[in-house]
Unconditional design. Structure first.
Length: 500
């Protein structure tokens, strides 16, 4: 399975966890002599390698810091053939068992080196003592070229007195807010703690400039950023913490978990493990939100189903064809929810997934009706679908349905009227010049307006009945010539349901 110039094949072991295989190589040993020791190992992974390859490192007593650097070859491959991509992370002496008890950090393919010691660590990694025992460097061969993936790993141990591990301080779960109001947020953001290029401070500044009231930290497969957000929170910005759990079969946001929560990602849909980790996210106070379910990047397509989801990210970053597919798929789920008695419905979200310039924080953003600006209230609003998605803070919507006797309902609610009772659907818009309004129902698009004026403001009404439309949701679309997708979205709402 793997060539290694340091170990004989007999020292390798194939270990199996669930239905997924992981290859463990022979150990890297140190003599515990001098102030610093370095070892370099080399090997080649073939195509068809396991998802994870572990390199044990025998760490003696008295180590102050462990530092790892790695490189791998990137040979030319024919068009349409995957090249080499090798991720990396670290587990300490507590082991590599699924669940992450020994997890100490993950940088994926974003860095070529990292360090861990008691008082500090590379972004993406957790500071803490470097204790004696068997540590593991985790390699993730994401894709392997036909020629194989030749790698080199250099491990350096520095001996000496350990520093003190800082006590983490996390952002507060409450901001001043405006009482019951519509709050704007972006729940999918990456800093330099994973594959982003911005610091938490830079992201917070961009969030404020974008008119956001709340954000969620969602680094790939690490919780290392959580204690680095406290200084950026304030009465004007609520900061939730979480993770983008980045598996080989799709990505999911653990949105607003308890600070310090780490969610493992080392499984595929065939392993039947996702339900366990969805429950972990909820136990930690978070929401389970599949991200960009129809994205075309390697490993991004969502294959776990939506039975464990609290919401789904339908719009991710600039509006592209895969968002249009996600929107249609979500609408099909809405149709199924009103056709099957007792079946719940899944609210939609939109987030920027911003990583670096020129990615725009807050484009799109989810606008949530919440009782107050707190972690719990924002999550309640998202879970209930009391929200809409807008391309920026310039766009504001008010969407309601009313019956003939004063009954009314808003986004995510139900207007309880008889099947034949006339219902008036009303959308008030600002900040959407020349956009067209569409009302979408379980029967499809049943109303399309003329373009809004250049001022971007307007009111659109439509009359229907619960017999004709089991739900109504609104879409604002740009003129066909604007954006990468003809008629790209400017905003859309979660539905209002009609009927008893």
């Amino acid at each position: 399975m793997c060539d290694d110039d340091r170990n004989r094949p007999g020292r390798r072991a194939l270990i199996v966890t669930g239905a997924a295989a992981a290859l463990t190589l022979g150990s890297v040993s140190f003599a515990a002599a001098g102030e610093r020791e370095t070892r370099t190992v080399r090997g080649t992974l073939p195509t068809g390698s396991p998802d994870f390859v572990y390199v044990p490192v025998e760490v003696p007593d008295g180590v102050r810091e462990i530092r790892v650097a790695y490189s791998y070859d990137r040979p030319s491959v024919p068009a349409g053939t995957a090249g080499n991509a090798l991720d990396i992370g670290l587990f300490d002496e507590r082991g590599t068992e699924l669940g992450g008890r020994g997890f100490r950090g993950w940088s994926g393919g974003a860095r070529t080196e990292f360090f861990v010691r008691a008082d500090d660590a590379t972004p993406g990694y957790l500071p803490g003592p470097v204790r004696e025992g068997t540590w593991h460097i985790a390699l993730g061969p994401y894709t392997v070229a036909p020629q194989g993936l030749a790698y080199e790993i250099t491990v350096t141990l520095t001996y000496g007195k350990r520093g003190a591990t800082p006590r983490p301080v996390y952002p507060p779960e409450r901001a001043e807010g405006r009482g019951r109001a519509w709050y704007r947020g972006d729940c999918h953001l990456h800093s330099w703690h994973s594959d982003g290029r911005r610091t938490p401070a830079e992201i917070a500044a961009l969030a404020r400039a974008a008119g956001l009231d709340f954000i969620n930290s969602s680094e790939h497969n690490t919780s290392s950023a959580h204690p680095h957000w406290a200084a950026e929170a304030g009465d004007d910005l609520l900061i939730l913490v979480g993770e983008e759990v980045t598996t080989r079969n799709g990505h999911v946001l653990a949105l607003g978990t308890d600070p310090g929560t780490f969610v493992d990602w080392r499984y595929r849909a065939r392993d039947n493990r996702f339900g366990r980790f969805a429950r972990q996210i909820r136990r930690a106070g978070g929401l389970v939100v599949p991200a960009h379910p129809h994205a075309t990047c390697v490993g991004c397509g969502w294959k776990f189903g939506f039975g464990d989801a609290d919401a789904v990210e339908v719009w991710n970053g600039p509006y592209t064809p895969d968002d249009e597919v996600a929107l249609a798929d979500w609408d099909a789920m809405l149709v199924a929810s009103v056709r099957e008695e007792g079946r719940g419905w899944l609210p939609a979200m939109g987030n920027s997934d911003a990583h670096r310039d020129p990615d725009a924080v807050g484009s799109p953003q989810t606008v949530v009706l919440a009782e107050e600006l707190t972690r719990e209230a924002i999550q309640d609003g998202i879970r209930a679908g009391r929200s809409y998605v807008a391309e920026s803070a310039r766009v504001s919507l008010a969407f309601t349905a009313s019956g003939g006797r004063g009954e009314h309902a808003g986004i995510g609610e139900r207007l309880r009227v008889d099947r034949e009772t006339p219902v008036t659907v009303r959308l008030e818009v600002s900040g959407a010049p020349r956009c067209t309004v569409r009302f979408v129902t379980d029967q499809g698009v049943l109303f399309t307006s003329a373009p809004l004026p250049v001022s971007g403001a307007g009111v659109v009404e439509w009359r229907t009945t619960a017999a004709y439309a089991a739900y109504v949701r609104a879409e604002l679309r740009h003129e066909a010539a604007a954006g990468p997708v003809p008629g790209a979205l400017a905003a859309f709402t979660n539905p209002v349901f009609l009927g008893r």
